[in-house]
Design a protein around this ligand. Structure first.
Ligand SMILES: Nc1ncnc2c1ncn2[C@@H]1O[C@H](COP(=O)(O)OP(=O)(O)OP(=O)(O)O)[C@@H](O)[C@H]1O
Ligand SMILES: [Mg+2]
Length: 271
């Protein structure tokens, strides 16, 4: 196991859910018994005013799993991640993290529990330097790990960010910006990383690089929910997957089984 894994993620064994919950005051009425699932979504419907986007979605992610959500444009993948993070507020259903109701918490409370997103389109701060962007991610870390430790490890992961640390983030290439977006999320010592379309718009070389990083993080035990339109890539990386069509989960299973299913083969793998 590398030094990085010993500290950032393996720290999870000493930094478990109930400790995290202790540091965030969750109202008693919203706490349910611990069930061990890093994420458990039950019967979720989500809306943008009159637009009903998600229909009865149930998805779970076990600790240490890499689960993928595949689906075409407009299926509701980003909406699902935004709802988990507390950024879409019109919904019904329940969302739990280690037995705690996330759906009752504000976005900053969810973030504080270590549920961190790498958003679609990166959303880095273009006028800030690479270093300043990374510092933004350290907001959650006080009391978890020192910023210096996380920074050292993120730089170890992405040497290009060391070379560019004083460069304005908006001047990085698309691939470098994706590395920065992932690095910024890692700065917060996440317990559950939600990654939205990391390969989008990248050259094949950077797609490979990002895939390698996700595979490394997975090997080191980080729990992830990966949204990807590139179903080949997603199913290669993931343990399990769900297919979302028009806001509904139409099939799910082990990644190896999904990639053999007729629906996935024809609709998403182009076979
Ligand atoms: N802020 C918003 N306000 C209103 N409608 C929205 C908003 N965001 C998304 N939608 C709509 O919700 C539906 C689902 O969008 P969403 O972004 O979740 O899809 P997606 O699966 O992530 O698509 P893509 O693969 O293109 O990223 C779409 O019809 C979209 O137009
Ligand atoms: Mg999306």
């Amino acid at each position: 196991m590398t030094r990085l894994s010993q500290s950032i993620w393996a720290g999870r064994s000493s930094y478990r859910g109930r400790e995290a919950v202790k540091s965030y005051k969750v109202p008693q009425a919203t706490s349910l018994p611990y069930e061990g699932k890093m994420l458990e979504i039950n019967n979720l419907d989500a809306y943008y005013k009159n637009l009903h986007v998600l229909h009865g979605v149930s998805v779970h992610v076990n600790e240490g799993e890499l689960v993928t959500l595949i689906g075409s444009n407009g299926a509701g993948k980003t909406t699902l991640l935004m709802t988990i993070c507390g950024l879409v507020r019109e919904f019904s259903g329940t969302i739990l993290h280690l037995g705690t109701r996330l759906d009752k918490l504000p976005a900053h409370g969810i973030y504080k529990l270590g549920i961190v997103q790498v958003p679609q389109g990166r959303r880095i701060f273009p006028e800030m330097t690479v270093f300043e962007n990374l510092k933004q991610g350290a907001y959650r870390a006080p009391g978890v790990r020192s910023m210096r430790q996380n920074l050292e490890e993120v730089y170890g992961y992405f040497p290009v960010l060391v070379e560019r640390k004083d460069q304005k983030a908006g001047t990085l290439s698309g691939g470098e910006q994706q590395m920065l977006a992932i690095g910024r999320a890692l700065m917060s010592s996440p317990r559950l990383l939600l990654i939205d379309e990391p390969s989008s718009g990248l050259s094949p070389l950077f797609v490979d690089k990002v895939a390698q990083i996700i595979a490394d993080l997975h090997r080191q035990g980080l729990t992830m929910l990966l949204v990807e339109q590139n179903a080949h890539l997603a199913l290669e990386l993931a343990d399990r997957g769900y297919v979302l069509e028009n806001g509904e989960i139409v099939t799910s299973g082990a990644a190896s089984e999904l990639s053999q299913s007729d629906l996935v083969k024809t609709a998403y793998l182009g076979l």
